[in-house]
Structures are given as C-alpha cells and as structure tokens.
Design a protein around this ligand. Structure first.
Ligand code: GUN
Length: 294
C-alpha cells in the first residue's frame, strides 16, 4: 500500500496562522512587533532563495524582517561588528545568520557571537546545552518542525525507534537530543548513523521513524526501510535542475506508511518554527523573562 504523503505545506500554513494570531496578541498587549534581522553574506543563489522565503513568511505573519546583505569578501571582523550592532539594537528580537558562510569566516565564532536571547536558530552553545538538558529556550527550527509533523500526523513517538541518518549541528544532533528527551512528543529510542556507521542499511531497517539528513540525493532506498515505517526526508538537493530529497521517494513510498515529499515536506515547517522562535524572542524581550524552563 502506498504511503500517506505528509503535507508539510498545509501543516505549516496552519502553524503560521496561529503564529500570526500570537503576533497580533503580543502587539495588542505590549505594543511590541516581533522583528527578525536576517544576515546574508555573499550571493549563493540557494541561500538567497531561503532567506527571501523566510522574509516573506515573516511579513505574512505580521513579523517585521530586515535583510542585511554583505558581499562575499566580507571579513570576519566586519560580520562580527554587524552581529554586535544587532545584539545591541533593542528593536531587533531575533538574529539569523544564513549558513553556509564564506571560507574566510569562522562560522562558530559568528554563531557564538549572537546573543543567546536573540538566537532564533538555536545554534548558540547556551541554547544547545539547554535543549540537551530538557529546558529549552528556543527549539531548533528543522528538528522542531519534524517533531510537529510527526505529532500532527498522529505518529507515536514515545517508545519508537528513531534512526537519524546524519550528525550535523543543524539537524542530526539536535534532532537526536529532542527525540530522546523525557518529554511529551519525545521519549524515543534514538540511533544516529553517519558516514562511518557500519552496516547502516540494517540499522535503518530497524527504524519505526527514519529521518534522512545526510545531503546525498536519493540515498535511502526501499531496501533500507522497514515496511510500515515513517520516513522523514530533510534533504534538499538539486539534480538536473530538479529538487530531490535524500530519499528515493517513488520507491520508498511503496514501503513506508507515511513519508514527507521534497519540496513541500520539512522545508515549510522549518520556516514556521523560525517564525515561532522569533515571537518567543520578542515575548521574552517584552516581558523581560530570560528563562522559559519547562
Ligand atoms: N542553512 C541551511 N539551513 C539553515 C538554517 O536552518 N539556519 C540558518 N541560519 N542557515 C541555514
């Protein structure tokens, strides 16, 4: 039986509606309009599209967005100066530095410089540490979007074996941290596979939920998926001018019980969660609360 297609676009639209309501309520109660500052260095066309999509989504939800475009030759010092200025600007609630950055810039140094209270990507070590300890301030956008997709689809996460393919700082590691928490929407048994994993195919086949985030087009074949598993495709690869994920979609949909498409699966949820984090940042700033321990 062919899998249910998880419609990330429709689910994200629902989240964005709720976020727009929260923005309106915050403005009414405090006079504060959430403001996201996006920083784009260089002219990578894919990054420019991602940032434009994020900005458009902000505007639709009533969130102010400002784009800071810097040339590809920008030095680390210049970028750090801009980040410092945005940190100090009390009218800016969230700061997003689009990755990847050019080679001359130390990515970690820049991400570490973003004020943790404005770190809507949840990349700062303080926020990653909080996430790990189960008391998040912000939730990382892509993993959080995936968790919400699973919940909206009615997938049982508690007790499930989640196999994550990929150990990136943006997806693999925070996804593992979230799903293993003793918390609602989590409580999974998590295995993280990567380029050095022995017999990855056998491990993948034990997954109830398989998250593919390795950046290799159509890497996950039907033979790597247990019949009835839920498959989440985080990949965005351009092949012959077409966007394809990390999953061999046409074959795997015949085996899985549910699957996300590319495009229209995880991507729109990442953006929705970024908006949500920006509203959280503005709310924290408006109410002067720095701790959202749950
Ligand atoms: N590049 C690819 N994904 C992301 C993301 O989630 N945030 C940022 N800042 N850059 C990215």
């Amino acid at each position: 039986m062919a899998a249910q297609i998880i419609d990330g676009k429709a689910i994200a639209a629902k989240f964005r509606e709720k976020i727009a309501e929260d923005v309106a309520a915050l403005r009414k109660e405090t006079g504060v309009t959430p403001h996201l500052a996006a920083v784009l260095v260089g002219d990578d066309p894919a990054s420019a599209v991602y940032v434009r999509n994020k900005q458009r989504a902000c505007e639709k939800a009533g969130i102010q967005s400002t784009l800071h475009r810097l040339p590809g030759m920008t030095s680390q010092e210049e970028l750090l100066t801009l980040v410092g200025r945005l940190n100090e600007d009390s009218g800016v609630h969230g700061i997003l530095v689009q990755l990847p950055l050019p080679d001359q810039i130390d990515e970690k140094a820049v991400l570490d410089a973003v004020l943790p209270m404005k770190d809507v990507d949840c990349f700062h070590p303080e926020n990653v540490g909080r996430l790990m300890q189960g008391r998040p301030r912000f939730l990382p956008c892509t993993p959080c979007g995936i968790q919400q997709l699973l919940l909206e689809t009615g997938v049982e996460i508690s007790g499930a074996h989640c196999v994550i393919l990929g150990r990136s700082e943006i997806v693999g590691k925070p996804m593992a941290a979230m799903l293993m928490q003793k918390a609602p929407g989590a409580n999974a048994t998590v295995t993280v596979c990567h380029s050095r994993t022995r017999d990855l195919e056998s491990i993948a086949r034990t997954a109830d939920i398989l998250v593919a985030a390795i950046g290799v087009p159509r890497f996950v074949k039907a033979s790597m998926v247990r019949p009835g598993a839920v498959v989440i495709d985080v990949g965005i690869n351009r092949v012959d001018g077409k966007l394809v994920g990390d999953v061999d979609f046409d074959a795997v949909r015949e085996v899985a019980s549910a699957i996300t498409p590319v495009p229209g699966g995880v991507g729109p949820m990442t953006i929705a969660m970024l908006l949500r984090n920006t509203v959280t940042a503005a709310t924290l700033s408006a109410t002067k609360t720095g701790d959202t321990s749950r």
